[in-house]
Design a protein around this ligand. Structure first.
Ligand code: ADP
Ligand code: MG
Length: 621
């Protein structure tokens, strides 16, 4: 027998689980059953596709055996099993990439939030919530040797050679005080129905059943074994046979989420291709949504046989928050990852699934705005990623995305923004490039405010990149107000500007600012501010360049902004009249630098800026 220490992270995790999850300790059973189900799936798949496994027996079942008197429960499966190495690496170390993330995301208060923990599906270790000793007896399919793994879940575990008649795994739980309540057949049946009813393999429970014996006039206990789940691939049943509760239950058993899903879309396709899809939208975006190694949430089945659940080919990346099942009649059972990538059948299923999900969402947005309002804060951003990458579905996606706006509280869609357009308004306008507060106070919005025209506030950092590729909404132009041409069409004809008198000032400003600006122009978009900066139509804005530089693009040519001045502003009027002395030069720089600041671009040399500011201040006091 050999004794080994757990990795430190495991001990930490164990403590956490035991202390944080006590409000739902029953999930230990869901976790162990789903591990058994996974193990059966894995073996079934191998027996179908791998020569070495084809001759092995496959009699899939999960058995629970209850010993009420001794307060023990075993969970056995006839699945893939584990050898010595597997036992050490899967149960003795953190096998799951998710677990480390999980630990790092949990801080003080969050540790008490069992919802958060539930989302991660803490797996095997949850057994230690209810047991003070756990024994795992396992024999890997194809091996003759079996192994026993024993631990009290505190700091160490032991492994020894053992005997097991057939391949598979048996988990023996010695219930602790907390767990004693589960040494009860009613309780176990209830929990299995709640979480594991639709596991596709049969789950049997062996227990001592009390029955009234009329002859002897007493209740007699007999040992019985009964199947306690429905064990059907629920998604294959027709919609009208299924209740909301069935859908929610399947969702929870698939994902380990505690919360009900927001929506689900269940489709059966018949015709040239036959398949069933059942997609769920979780109430909360998965915690790893923005991590490069996110876990996918759609399982692929072929004729009800589980194939894989970690393929990123099943749905486009931007829909990575979707959970559920794709079950195809037409794919071969031995379909491999490589084949999936260019498989025509899967491509058509995928295309149709995306269309289905998006059109269902569109329906909800139109018919049930309240529900949609729960969806959008969680998933607006991935939809934007879709708008950027999924050309085929652009029109639908752009209608699903929501925006902040100068005209409405909360969020609005483009269709609504369109319906609010003013008679003279030719385009739908938006502003990007900074925090919401910065954008809302930008001088670039002045003319729009004055004319009562709505501007959408795009303050998400991916907005500029995404929307620079979207030029139109239907037949209406979408324009960024920080691009030079956007102001043109709002020009007030009633205020003829005296270009001639401004010309000398424009020249002076250009000379002073030299290489730092591309041009200095008279603005048509300012009301209260003296100056602003804009970029040329086809150039990235100042803020975007800054972002690209931060992301490591250092070889970008230094693009120069255009400075616009407000001919009606007092400072400008005074400057026109003033000869080109030191103060006028300071003023020129300050006009430029304040405009940069308002765009969220830091000033290159703050010390010089402050010197200038102080010179001008000392003159005016
Ligand atoms: P997860 O199921 O998310 O991978 P768990 O902590 O539940 O995490 O299980 C860790 C690993 O232990 C599994 O990935 C699997 O390799 C192995 N394992 C657990 N239970 C079984 C079982 N009944 N049969 C075979 N392998 C198992
Ligand atoms: Mg598990």
């Amino acid at each position: 027998m050999s004794k080994r220490e757990f990795q430190t992270e495991v001990s930490q995790l164990l403590q956490l689980i035991v202390h944080s999850l006590y409000s739902h300790p029953e999930i230990f059973l869901r976790e162990l059953i789903s591990n058994s189900s996974d193990a059966l799936d894995k073996l079934r798949h191998l027996t179908l596709v791998d020569e070495a496994y084809k001759s092995l027996p496959f009699d899939p079942r999960i058995d629970l055996e209850l010993d009420e008197e001794h307060k023990t429960l075993t969970i056995s499966d006839t699945g893939i099993g584990m050898n010595e190495e597997d036992l050490v690496s899967h149960l003795g170390t953190i096998a799951r990439s998710g677990t480390k993330n999980f630990l790092s995301q949990l801080s003080g208060d969050a540790r008490k939030d069992s919802n958060l923990i539930g989302q991660f599906g803490v797996g095997f270790y949850s057994a230690f919530m209810v047991a003070d000793k756990v024994e795992v007896l396992s024999r890997k399919a194809g091996d003759d040797k079996a192994w026993r793994w024993i631990s009290d879940g505190k700091t160490s575990f032991e492994i020894e050679p053992a005997e097991r008649a057939v391949a598979g795994t048996t988990i023996l739980l010695h219930f602790n005080e907390e767990g004693a309540q589960y040494a009860n057949s009613w309780r176990l049946q209830e929990i299995v129905k709640k979480y594991s009813n639709h596991i596709v393999f049969p789950i049997f429970l062996a227990y001592d059943k009390s029955e009234w014996n009329a002859e002897k006039k007493e209740s007699i206990k007999t040992r019985v074994t009964e199947q306690i789940n429905v064990a059907s691939a629920m998604w294959r049943r027709s919609k009208n046979e299924l209740k909301d509760e069935d859908y929610k239950e399947l969702y929870k058993s698939l994902t380990g989420d505690w919360e009900d899903p927001l929506f689900w879309f269940h489709t059966r396709a018949e015709g040239s291709l036959e398949y069933t899809t059942l997609f769920y939208i979780p109430a909360k975006a998965p915690l790893d949504l923005y991590q490069a190694d996110y876990k996918t949430g759609v399982k692929l089945y072929v004729k009800r046989v589980f194939i894989m659940d970690d393929s990123k080919e099943l749905l486009p990346q931007y829909l990575r928050f979707v959970r559920g099942v794709i079950d195809s009649e037409d794919l071969p059972l031995n379909v491999s990852r490589e084949i999936l990538q260019q498989n025509k059948i899967l491509t058509s299923i995928k295309t149709a699934s995306v269309k289905k999900i998006l059109s269902e969402l569109k329906g909800i947005a139109a018919n049930d705005p309240e529900k949609y309002a729960k969806f959008i804060p969680e998933y607006n951003r991935p939809l934007k990623e879709g708008l950027y990458g999924d050309y085929a579905n652009r029109e639908t996606l752009i209608d699903l995305i929501r925006f902040k706006s100068t005209k409405v509280d909360g969020l609005t869609g483009l269709a609504d923004a369109k319906s609010r357009m003013q008679a003279e308004q030719k385009s739908i306008y938006y502003i990007t490039g900074g925090t919401e507060a910065l954008l809302r106070t930008s001088p670039l919005l002045e003319i729009y405010k004055k004319k009562g025209i709505e501007v959408l506030i795009l303050d998400d950092d991916i907005d500029e990149i995404v929307f620079s590729t979207v030029e139109k909404y239907g037949d209406i132009d979408l324009k960024a107000v920080n691009k030079s041409a956007a102001g043109e069409e709002l020009k007030d004809e009633s205020e003829p500007e005296d270009v001639e008198t401004l010309k000398p000032l424009l020249e002076k400003l250009k000379t002073t600012l030299g290489d730092n600006v591309k041009d200095v122009r008279v603005s048509t978009r300012l009301a209260d501010s003296p100056s602003c900066i804009v970029s040329d139509e086809d150039e990235p804005s100042a803020r975007m360049r800054q972002m690209m530089r931060a992301m490591g693009q250092t070889d970008m040519p230094e693009l120069k902004p255009i400075l616009e001045i407000n001919p009606n502003h007092e400072i400008i009027k005074k400057l026109v009249a003033r000869s080109d002395d030191g103060t006028a030069q300071d003023a020129a720089w300050l006009l430029f630098e304040q405009a940069l600041l308002l765009e969220g671009v830091p000033i290159k040399d703050p010390a010089i800026f402050v010197q200038r500011l102080n010179r001008v201040l000392s003159q005016s006091i």
